[in-house]
Ligand binder design. Sequence first.
Ligand SMILES: [Zn+2]
Length: 341
Amino acid sequence: MRLIKKAGIWKRFKDNGILEGEVLYKKTTMEVFPIIVPFCNKLKSINFYLVRYKDSLILIDAGMDTEDCWRSLQKILEENHYKLIDISAILLTHHHTDHIGLVNRIVCANPIPVYAHPRAIPILKRDSEYMKRRKEFFRNLYRQMGCGKFGDRQVVDLHNPILLTEDKKIECDIKVAQDLFFDFDILDIPGHAPDQIAFYNRNCKWLFSGDLLIAHMASNAFIEPNLDGVRTNSLIQQKRSLEKCLSLDVEVIFSGHGDILQNPVDIIKERIIELDKKANIYLDIIKSGISTGHDIARFRFNERYEKQFFNIISEIIGYLDYLELQGEIHKEMENGIWQYY
Ligand SMILES: [Zn+2]
């Protein structure tokens, strides 16, 4: 199923291109205007959402800091007879740069409150103490995973898709998103990011879940430190967040990338099954005698490991934690490096 917008209306097409029907995300109190910006990488698109709730207009996530995203926001506003000044708040699902990109531009023109999870605030503000601790965290982590000098080099320029550079710092005050507001329940759904939250409207059965679930691919569970510098068990959190999502009555998931998901139960179950299948692949690698995170990465990913270091090592550490929690493997520190058995 694909959603394509024609003449201002979202239309649902079958995979063979046949039109199934129109999709209007419109209920009495709430209406959603998706902003889907094509993106030339595996994520396919950057999605963020303009939402009318009664007389207020809010923005859920704020795309990337690109002209494409900026123009797309302006276009959707215009098509629906709104102006930038009509937006009254921005809600952020998590701190990644492809979800917060336009915040500074919007707030500069229209000083409105921005809400996020408390854990996101020091990251969004690029708090210097936190940033220092984060770098130290990765340096130690990569050493413990056996990445040696290769890992040290990665820390210098942290090759990752969510590079926390100073120029992406959010300038305005950020408020804590809590409890119920704009008729949304705020749900903690860490895993992809430790500060990820979802906005759930139980009447509409709509869920804005950031990058928890992406229709065409499994979402990465990135390893990150908590604010106190302790490592989050990102993959375990991701699985729990998917299970939490499964327990909700949801008809539509407004995802951060790719297609909007209708009736998402099957795809959530699929993701959980895939996660266990992949865990078994890593278990077999460890059983074969490969014992450090670094060696597992080299064995499974070859030269891709160098190019996508941050994603790959994140995935491996996530699965090692997961297998350890399940009692399938254990680790021992030898000369400062974790060996998994
Ligand atoms: Zn993300």
